[in-house]
Design a binder for this molecule. Structure first.
Ligand code: DGL
Length: 255
């Protein structure tokens, strides 16, 4: 049986790529909700509906686990999904806890980059109030970045100018870690590495999510230990050109 990954668009491929690295014998199904991407600038109610519809389609394909490889969808829909379906459902949340740990000895600040919708949810507010005892976390919504990413616009001057403008409201010398709280953003890791001061570490939630997926499959004795891997890409508007785009995105990450 396959492991399904779901995102609004190509972002979750950054998590799929990490899963393929850690679990090289699994069969994967990747589903992008191309009819509705981007999620992060829409309303909570709309996204709730989109996610429920997409997940219903995926579950009918008989998969052994589902990774909601999208911080926005997780923050809005994961609780209800877990109450609805029997298979393991693994979500994502901005990796703020590990980021704070990394800065424990320096007292430096943490900057969380995510979609406007993720940062507006009570799930995010609760996470921060639970772990940010010393008020060290700042949040920066990047409403336009998902669309740049969907256009495979990773390296242009437009992107450099975009980040430079967004970061200009912060004194980056005070920061020790930047959290990529949207699964589209790791496509910009290289460019961020060049723009941000070298002392700043960049973290995302992929490795932790895949670790959790591994544990849940192990508990059910459903981990594949042998055999070759495969990925099937699907999208909600059945667009063959988009499927090719997803293959290119995965190849880009593997380079
Ligand atoms: N990749 C999704 C996330 O992790 C959001 C993309 C979107 O706005 O559609 O939040």
């Amino acid at each position: 049986m396959k492991i399904a990954f779901f995102d609004s668009g190509i972002g979750g491929i950054t998590v799929l790529n990490e899963a393929m690295r850690q679990l090289p014998h699994e069969q994967y199904l990747y589903f992008a909700d191309t009819l509705h991407v981007p999620y992060g600038t829409k309303s909570k109610e709309e996204v709730q509906q989109f996610v429920e519809r997409a997940v219903d389609t995926i579950i009918k394909l008989d998969v052994k686990a589902l990774v909601i490889a999208c911080n926005t969808a997780t923050s809005i829909a994961v609780t209800k999904l877990r109450n609805t379906y029997d298979i393991p459902i693994i979500g994502m949340e901005p990796a703020v806890k590990p980021a704070l740990e990394m800065n424990r000895s320096t007292g430096k600040r943490v900057l969380v980059l995510a979609t406007p919708l993720t940062l507006k949810q009570s799930k995010y507010a609760e996470l921060i109030s639970r772990i940010d005892d010393h008020k060290l976390v700042d949040s920066l919504p990047l409403p336009e970045l998902v669309q740049f990413c969907e256009d495979l616009n990773f390296e242009s001057k437009e992107i450099i100018d975009y980040f430079t403008k967004k970061f200009s409201e912060f004194d980056l010398r005070l920061f020790g870690t930047v959290v990529l709280g949207c699964t589209h953003y790791p496509f910009y890791k290289d460019i961020l590495r060049r723009i941000l001061p070298s002392a700043i570490q960049i973290v995302d939630g992929s490795a932790g999510t895949v670790k959790r997926l591994t544990q849940l499959l192990k508990d059910k004795s459903q981990l594949e230990e042998t055999g070759t891997t495969s990925v099937t890409f699907m999208c909600s508007n059945d667009d063959q050109a988009y499927i090719r785009k997803m293959e290119i995105a995965l190849e880009t990450l593997k380079k």
